[in-house]
Ligand binder design. Structure first.
Ligand code: SF4
Length: 331
């Protein structure tokens, strides 16, 4: 067994202390024949420190497309030629989406808007939308609305939004290659305010943006330092018309190494498969990930690309004997 996995067994599995940057890098560099050992260990870590439950979440886009920022992977930027148009959802449709999400057994419903940060119109929509959802559906409401001011953080807490998603996307040293309209530090500031407010922090990123393996390890260490409640792990799904539209997808084996490595860096976090898993790993990847440290999934569609049907994921959880986390245990 490679030395790093022995060390991880002792440190992460037995003591619950995540791997540091050097340790993560060693996992990301494991030879192919040890990937399954790393996934097995990551699975044991997840079972020991998080338990068997899987968190199921649905997302809806309140405002799609037309974003003024230039994140090079994103088809919702208004600065590229990608075909996603600017569209707003009305409140009845928002409530309907929350109902459909709850009907799948999901406990989390995340409202997302493609913006740099919320303006007064968006905050008003949120106020009305969250109140309407809470009156009609028994589900936790999360939000992802870009960078926030302290007053907006306070307002979201008041509305009853219990978790806020804001991804760092990639490590600090690579960020300016991917985004030029704002900085990694600006994102970090929002995350700090959210964490201090008592809302749960959901923060992850995308692998396969052109970062090196060392930078992947740097990113895992930076996320671990933030200690988010949940980490959505995306793999680049190159979108036509974006600056990264021609990038190759992450090699499946590298994706599995990353899943194991991120779990070993953060033994207690909810590690969620988000976009890109279908093209990087195929159907099998969902199973490998869930047996390799992943403990949350998004059901149904992602924001601008189609995901697997909810029923397939839920049937897989049933087959793997992983219970869907119940709403009562999250309240
Ligand atoms: S801020 Fe969000 S919606 Fe806007 S371009 Fe970046 S990733 Fe896309």
């Amino acid at each position: 067994m490679p030395e790093i996995l022995d060390l991880a067994r002792n440190q992460v599995l037995d003591r619950g202390v995540g791997l540091d940057e050097a340790g993560v890098l060693a996992v990301l560099r494991l030879p192919d024949e040890h990937i399954s050992d790393a996934l097995q260990l990551a699975h044991e870590v997840r079972m020991r420190w998080c338990g068997p439950e899987v968190e199921v979440e649905g997302i809806v886009s309140l405002k799609t497309g037309g974003c003024p920022e230039d994140c090079h992977f994103c088809s919702q930027s208004g600065l590229f030629t990608s075909p996603v148009r600017s569209v707003w959802l009305d409140i009845p449709s928002l409530v309907e989406a929350a109902k459909q999400t709850a009907a799948t057994g999901a406990t989390e419903f995340c409202i997302v808007a493609a913006v740099r940060g919320p303006d007064e119109r968006l905050m008003k929509q949120m106020r009305e939308g969250v109140a309407a959802i809470k009156a009609a559906v028994d589900i936790q409401v999360a939000a992802s609305l870009g960078m926030l001011s302290q007053a907006q953080v306070d307002e979201l807490v008041e509305m009853g939004v219990h978790r806020y998603n804001h991804n760092l996307e990639t490590c600090r040293s690579y960020f300016s290659n991917v985004v030029t309209t704002h900085t990694w530090e600006e994102r970090w500031d929002t995350l700090r305010m959210v964490r201090d407010s008592g809302m749960e922090v959901c923060c992850g990123g995308i692998l396969g943006l052109g970062e090196s393996i060392e930078q992947r390890a740097e990113f895992a260490a930076q996320l671990a330092a933030l200690d988010p409640h949940e980490v959505p792990l995306n793999f680049l799904n190159p979108r036509p018309g974006t600056p990264l539209g021609d990038r190759p997808v992450v090699d499946g084996k590298d994706a599995l190494r990353a899943i194991a490595a991120f779990r070993l860096a953060m033994p207690r976090t909810i590690l969620r498969y988000a976009g890109g898993r279908e093209i990087t790993l195929g159907d099998l990847g969902t199973r490998d990930g869930l047996l390799g440290g992943i403990n949350a999934v998004i059901v149904g569609n992602y924001l601008t690309t189609l995901g697997r049907p909810a029923g397939e994921d839920l049937a897989l959880l049933d087959e793997l004997k992983m219970p869907v986390k119940a709403l009562s245990s999250t309240l």
